[in-house]
Design a protein around this ligand. Structure first.
Ligand SMILES: [Zn+2]
Length: 374
């Protein structure tokens, strides 16, 4: 395929559907000078929720805030909808981590010691609701399921010495990995509560899924149950019209999206950095699904892997409907590098789809607006 060498049409508007600039707060000052139009900025954990809020307030036209709790930090949430044994805070913490981690950190007091006092799920949801309500279009994110990640080990003196003061705390920060994972059931509980909140406020969500596309789909299906859109084929519609004279208001309405309505599921979902095969796309895109599912791609994750995996991503991008593709940087620093990665990813998507740059960048911009605003 011929490479399009023409100048990149930034003036059309490039929208980063998923990024983490608040992980490097010193980079936030560079946002006004960026060529990208708007950054969809994720929150992931206790340390960055407030930073995302402040960043969105300081850069109203350039930042679309998202508030959510990432699966990598889901162990820090305790499900207080189920009855907890009468225990003091220390005991409760120990019982909680032994219940949600696998393998169980039975005798690993040093590891448990290093983990924070868990936050009740009901508190997370009410705090997130408050934040969402102060930004009428804010999204829920980053949320999701991850079957492969392991928690970082407890901090060593050496780790602490080598710590980068520029990086927002709370992430792995180069630590070695422990053997512990968060049980999928617990991740699901934390995800489900946040998907329901997004449904309550009719907000879009940005979803992380690693080796968990099946489990994610099962959860969506569970939330969608009983709310499926009625899909009427043209032939059926014509038959109905013949029989009744015209389609009634109600029936015409059944295929409309759930935009603006309170539902137990979000109206729009983005599977960010989708790395799965082509086959499951069909189920995510089925016309009866009452949520519209989008897919976003970054050059960092999707185009730098092995040739087999980048071929798979190309196949996925090629197979998607043109109105469901988004572009993202997934970068942890704002500034020129973020612009560069967005341009690279957008150019690659255009090349795969056979779009000329102006048409492709316009399509990606339209898709982002529809994804965020409905
Ligand atoms: Zn992310």
């Amino acid at each position: 395929m011929a490479h399009d060498e023409s100048a990149f049409p930034w003036e059309i508007g490039v929208f980063d559907a998923h990024c983490h600039p608040t992980d490097t707060m010193a980079s936030i000052a560079s946002i006004p000078a960026m060529t990208a139009a708007t950054l969809t900025v994720m929150a992931t954990r206790g340390e960055d929720q407030e930073l995302v809020r402040q960043t969105a307030e300081a850069h109203v036209d350039r930042v679309m805030p998202c508030f959510g709790w990432h699966p990598w930090f889901s162990h820090q949430i305790i499900d207080d909808s189920i009855e907890q044994p009468e225990q003091d805070a220390e005991q409760q913490k120990r019982t909680h981590y032994k219940a949600v981690l696998t393998p169980c950190p039975e005798d690993d007091e040093a590891f448990i010691q290093c983990l924070p006092q868990p936050k009740p799920l009901s508190t997370l949801i009410s705090e997130t609701r408050e934040r969402l309500l102060s930004f009428p279009n804010a999204l829920v994110g980053e949320i999701g399921l991850d079957k492969s990640f392991r928690l970082p080990s407890a901090w060593t003196a050496e780790d602490l010495d080598g710590r980068n003061g520029q990086v927002t705390p709370g992430s792995r920060e180069g630590r070695r990995l422990s053997p512990y994972k968060v049980k999928l059931d617990h991740q699901r509980t934390v995800l489900k509560a946040q998907l329901r909140l997004a449904g309550e406020l009719a907000r879009a969500v940005s979803v992380h899924s690693v080796q968990a596309h099946g489990a994610i789909f099962e959860l969506f299906k569970e939330l969608w149950a009983g709310h499926e859109r009625v899909v009427i084929s043209r032939r059926e519609r014509e038959k109905q019209q013949d029989a009744e004279g015209a389609v009634s208001e109600d029936e015409a309405d059944t295929t409309k999206s759930a935009t603006g309505k309170q539902q137990p599921f979000p109206p729009r979902i983005c599977l960010h950095s989708y790395s799965g095969p082509v086959e499951p796309l069909r189920q995510f895109l089925h016309k009866a699904n009452p949520s519209d599912v989008y897919f976003s791609f970054s050059s960092v994750i999707n185009f730098t892997g092995s040739s087999a995996s980048s071929r798979r991503v190309s196949d996925v991008i090629d197979a998607l409907p043109e109105d469901r593709v988004l572009v993202e940087s997934d970068l942890h620093t704002a500034g020129p590098q973020m612009d560069e990665l967005l341009e690279q990813a957008a150019r690659q998507i255009c090349e795969i789809r056979g779009w000329d740059l102006r048409r492709g960048v316009q399509q990606l911009a339209d898709n982002w607006r529809r994804f965020v605003f409905g």
